[in-house]
Design a protein around this ligand. Structure first.
Ligand code: GN1
Ligand code: MG
Length: 359
């Protein structure tokens, strides 16, 4: 992609003035992201990853509907919808994306004065992260239209088991024979995890808008470290909102790394759990059903289990999904996430008690 082509693409969008500069924003493993400067304003321009998101128009349709809903809410509360919600900038012909050859591009407003954080290394940041996602979900609690499923069966364990059974049957990398113990981790909990998903299938846990990438760096803060808005809406879909909580707990509370080779470093920090949950529930508890409250703590075990399965399955498959840095990387990741799962299981009664206290 030449600089000239990039300027041509940027020119297709309905920015306020002609583009004067485009620079790379060096974050993100999935999309390519640029900052576009016009005479007076700055914008985000992204090339969406077409391999991970086969249907970019559907993805942009989801984002557009969800942000429209959020903006109406913020406006009604007297807030500033351009700073508190992501604003998609359409093309000059009114499309939500621009297609150039086989690449798909989309733009949004750059929110001036916003900051992000990479790790929740203080109690306040864990609390604020929970608050950010809690507020996002609370504002979307009355959004009941289905969204496009941009990644099939993302947190649907029934679908993951179908893929898992197939991976074991095919044994493409010839690794299955040496993995009896690890396969046992998955099989021994199969019924319990499926039972959780069956509550979603039966409607006992309601379908809501889920963000599906609830890491701290997907929340923009203002200069006083108050939450401004949640970004990276590419994976918004309909599912149980509990999984956004569970995935945040999986990443925020781990005292080690996701791929730690020193297993004694890996555990769930219950204080971080409490802080995140306190922030989350401060915004969200009034829009939760009884069964959502009851199963909130379990969602952390569910998502961590699913992550063990996904890493192990990718290892069995010969490493086709996740990028790896060395040949046993997916096995190391699965083992470290399993250690985290064990730590959660050991502390499960305390997690449940903590939620009850906070409600
Ligand atoms: C992937 O966006 P990123 O790299 O944080 C994956 C998540 C996994 C995560 C594990 C679209 O997320 O589901 O939890 O890796 N995203 C997708 O690190 O598969
Ligand atoms: Mg992401």
């Amino acid at each position: 992609m030449t600089k000239e082509q990039l300027f041509d693409i940027a020119d297709k969008f309905a920015f306020d003035a002609p583009v004067v500069d485009i620079s790379t924003l060096g974050l993100g493993f999935i999309n390519d992201t640029f900052i576009v400067t016009t005479g007076g304003s700055r914008y985000i321009l992204q090339r969406k990853n077409h391999n991970i998101f086969p249907d970019v128009p559907a993805m942009m349709d989801n984002i557009s509907r969800v942000t429209a809903h959020l903006k109406a809410k913020v406006k009604a509360e007297g807030g500033d919808p351009e700073r508190e919600v992501l604003t998609v900038v359409p093309t000059r012909t009114g499309e939500l994306y621009y297609q150039f050859e086989d690449s798909f591009w989309a733009a949004s407003l750059f929110i001036e004065g916003s900051v992000t954080h990479d790790t929740a290394n203080t109690p306040r940041l864990a609390y604020m992260g929970g608050k950010g996602i809690g507020k996002f979900q609370a504002m979307l609690a009355d959004f009941t239209e289905p969204l496009h499923e941009v990644i099939k069966g993302f947190h649907n364990i029934r679908w993951r088991f179908e893929q898992w059974d197939k991976a074991l049957a095919e044994d493409r990398a010839g690794r299955k024979a040496a993995l009896a113990t690890e396969i046992g981790w998955i099989e021994s909990r199969r019924e319990k995890m499926l039972a959780f998903w069956e509550m979603v299938e039966r409607g006992e846990l309601p379908l809501r808008v889920t963000h599906n990438d609830t890491k701290l760096s997907n929340i923009l803060f203002d200069k006083d470290d108050e939450v401004l808005c949640v970004i990276d809406l590419d994976t918004v879909m309909s599912s149980t909102s509990l999984n956004d909580f569970g995935d945040a707990i999986r990443s925020y509370t781990n005292t080690g790394a996701e791929d730690d080779t020193e297993l004694e470093r890996v555990s769930m920090n219950i204080d971080t759990f409490r802080n995140y949950a306190a922030g989350y529930l401060s915004e969200r508890s009034s829009t939760m059903t009884g069964s959502e409250k009851e199963w909130l703590a379990f969602s952390a075990l569910y998502i961590t289990y699913e992550q063990v399965l996904r890493f192990l399955m990718d290892y069995i498959d010969g490493d086709s999904y996740y990028k790896i840095a060395y040949p046993t990387h997916n096995h190391v990741r699965a083992t470290a996430q399993y250690k985290l799962l064990l730590s959660m299981e050991e502390q499960y009664h305390v997690m449940q008690q903590t939620i009850r206290e906070l409600l």
